[in-house]
Design a protein around this ligand. Structure first.
Ligand code: NCD
Length: 357
């Protein structure tokens, strides 16, 4: 890394990607179709491997000598838990820092100094932070610091940084697990290629839908439908990216308008934690954007319903326990754990040892 932090952060994200390469997980734009296919296969292999006592035991030796820090200073349940579980499956030692008030950041330490300190002790930092530049700052710090991790094949690499959600802009491992869930759900009808995917809810501030949109350009003939009230519509930067890469998209003003056509519906929560004029309680989803039991009846028999979770009122409760394989969001949570095994194994160069019973 020959750039100053300020110069690195000033680059558009697409221009940061070549610096990041495969040494960290910061942006969905880091991944191409071959990577996505390989990660999905690896997640499947991890699932199968963990299904037998011998496989579980072998998996538990792969990163036994590594220590992970889960540095999550924004709320998290699934991402935190699934990274923790994936690390445990791979045999990693783990520590976490979730409350900046009880770290030296409350004494005025900069993020750069904090990260530099963390990587003195650990071999991996998974982080969630409200600042959209935090993960890039951590990556820059790890690249510039002296500490190196020696991989099993002798390569010396900076301590890997993995974003578990960065501001309102990116959530790359969520996008990988969403692709994995879409691929598994749509497998009987030929996978993601050629499909119509509706993204519903708060698209303006939802980092999951943004990261997922970037990845959709790697699938042939995909149509994205952005169904949201005007104030929550997808931002122009993503729409321009899709145009530049020839991905068809349009907007819609209700679930009713897309439900019969969509091969997948991806719901999201109103991200009202970002509201500056925050009233008491949570902002309710507008009626036209609430997924109801009757929508399941209207959906294609081969379609699937996803949500990164947590959810509130944007999915009618009745949908949660209905015995219908199209409701994929609970499986999606567990897919995240297998995908995170795949991501961590790849970062440490042990992906070739994932597989078999
Ligand atoms: C999402 C997030 O944090 O961006 N959750 C997640 O990681 N599964 C979505 C959300 O908070 O609405």
């Amino acid at each position: 890394m020959d750039l100053s932090l300020a110069d690195f952060l000033a680059l558009p994200d697409g221009a940061k990607v070549p610096y990041v390469g495969d040494r960290a997980v910061l942006y969905a734009q880091q991944y191409g179709r071959a990577d996505l296919d390989a990660y999905c296969r690896l997640a499947d292999a991890a699932r199968a491997m963990h299904g037998t006592p011998e496989g579980r035991q072998r998996m538990g030796t792969l990163l036994q000598h590594r220590m992970a820090l889960n540095f999550f200073v924004q709320p998290s349940s699934r991402t935190f838990m699934s990274f923790n579980t994936a690390q445990a499956f791979l045999g990693m030692s783990r520590t976490s820092l979730r409350d900046p008030k009880i770290s030296s950041m409350s004494k005025g330490e900069t993020l750069v100094d904090s990260i530099r300190t963390f990587i003195s002790y650990v071999d991996l930092v998974v982080m969630r932070h409200g600042d959209e530049h935090a993960a890039a700052t951590a990556f820059w710090t790890a690249s510039r610091a002296h500490r190196r991790v020696t991989l099993d094949d002798g390569r010396e690499v900076p301590v890997p940084i993995v974003s578990g959600g960065s501001g309102t802009k990116q959530h790359p491992t969520q996008a990988l697990l969403d692709v994995y869930t879409l691929q598994r759900s749509l497998e009987p009808v030929g996978g993601i290629d050629g499909k119509t995917i509706a993204l519903v809810g708060d698209l303006a501030r939802g980092r999951t839908v943004r990261s997922l949109s970037y990845l959709m350009r790697h699938y042939r003939d995909v149509t994205l439908i952005f169904a949201a009230p005007a104030r929550y519509q997808m931002l122009p930067d993503i729409l321009e990216y899709l145009d530049a890469h020839g991905v068809r998209w349009r907007t819609a003003d209700s679930i009713d308008a897309v439900v019969e056509e969509a091969d997948a519906i991806y719901m999201t929560r109103i991200q009202d934690e970002h509201d500056t004029d925050k009233a008491d309680g949570h902002v309710r989803a507008a009626d036209a954007f609430v997924f109801r039991r009757r929508h399941l009846d209207a959906m294609k028999p081969t379609a699937c319903l996803l949500h990164p979770l947590p959810k509130r009122d944007e999915i009618e409760e009745e949908v949660d326990y209905v015995d219908d394989p199209r409701v994929a969001y609970w499986r999606q949570e567990r897919n995240g754990m297998w995908m995170r095994v795949a991501v961590l194994a790849t970062l440490f160069g042990v992906e070739g040892r994932i597989g078999g019973p």
